[in-house]
Write a new protein. Structure first.
Length: 256
């Protein structure tokens, strides 16, 4: 369904790829960013005052009938402060689909990290995952687009640069998360404690993530490096900044 020129824009902390929908009016880049910000504000208001979120969605789509797609981030947007998709948000997604709109996720998460929300996301058709590295069709259960993988040589340089540092590394391969099993209980040290249960549930656990990276047979789509502080994160970035990659500062002290 999505064909044509790719639209690149900088989301808050990441690079995402979107495709223009040829059959409908052009989905302007500035509108996507505006809607992303606006829905964050509305989600906060809904949590605090219990305003029916679906009323906003109804207004949003009928005032702007030309818009056919709404793309939402997960963390900090679709999810509330408890990492849950509220009932009113689920109602809003259902209303959007019933109104003939296309709902999509635009997230830094990989496919396996969306499994806990499978029931709540039945009205979401597409997942633009791993900061745009992989696009998945939930309705037809298949990958429909890939941005490519990190070359093996560059992956080895990243592994070498952080091998002596106290960091936690996550790699994403074919939509699956891989992490060191022994580091999951220590995620709070890396400012990622709120995701510990998610990693326990959805990640593939390995004994040595560096050795996993060295495996030439694995095509790595994305690498996240979690640090104990922002200062250490900044040092890692300086080591890697000359590599031909796109970087993003995320969470409290993460480098993606």
């Amino acid at each position: 369904m999505f064909k044509g020129d790719k639209i690149q824009f900088r989301e808050i902390g990441s690079e995402c790829g979107f495709y223009r929908y040829k059959k409908e009016s052009i989905l302007f880049n500035y509108w996507i960013q505006w809607s992303h910000f606006s829905l964050k504000i509305v989600n906060i208001v809904c949590e605090l005052s219990l305003i029916k979120f679906h009323k906003f969605t109804h207004f949003f789509f009928y005032i702007h009938p030309m818009y056919k797609l709404i793309a939402l981030d997960m963390d900090g947007t679709l999810l509330n402060s408890h990492k849950e998709i509220s009932i009113v948000t689920q109602e809003s997604l259902a209303l959007a689909q019933k109104s003939g709109k296309i709902c999509a996720l635009a997230t830094g998460r990989c496919l396996s990290e969306l499994i806990p929300y499978k029931k709540e996301l039945t009205n979401v058709q597409y997942g633009i995952c791993e900061s745009g590295s992989l696009i998945y069709d939930f309705f037809n259960k298949k990958i429909i687009g890939r941005k490519g993988t990190i070359s093996h040589d560059i992956a080895l340089k990243i592994a070498k640069a952080v091998s002596d540092e106290d960091v936690m590394i996550q790699i994403m391969c074919d939509g699956i998360s891989y992490v060191n099993e022994h580091q999951i209980p220590l995620m709070k040290n890396y400012r990622m404690g709120q995701y510990e249960s998610l990693y326990r549930e959805t990640s593939e656990k390995v004994n040595n993530i560096i050795e996993t990276i060295k495996n030439e047979k694995i095509g790595i789509e994305k690498i996240n490096i979690y640090h104990t502080s922002k200062d250490i994160r900044d040092k890692t970035f300086k080591k890697l900044s000359d590599l031909p990659l796109q970087f993003a500062f995320a969470e409290e002290s993460s480098l993606e």
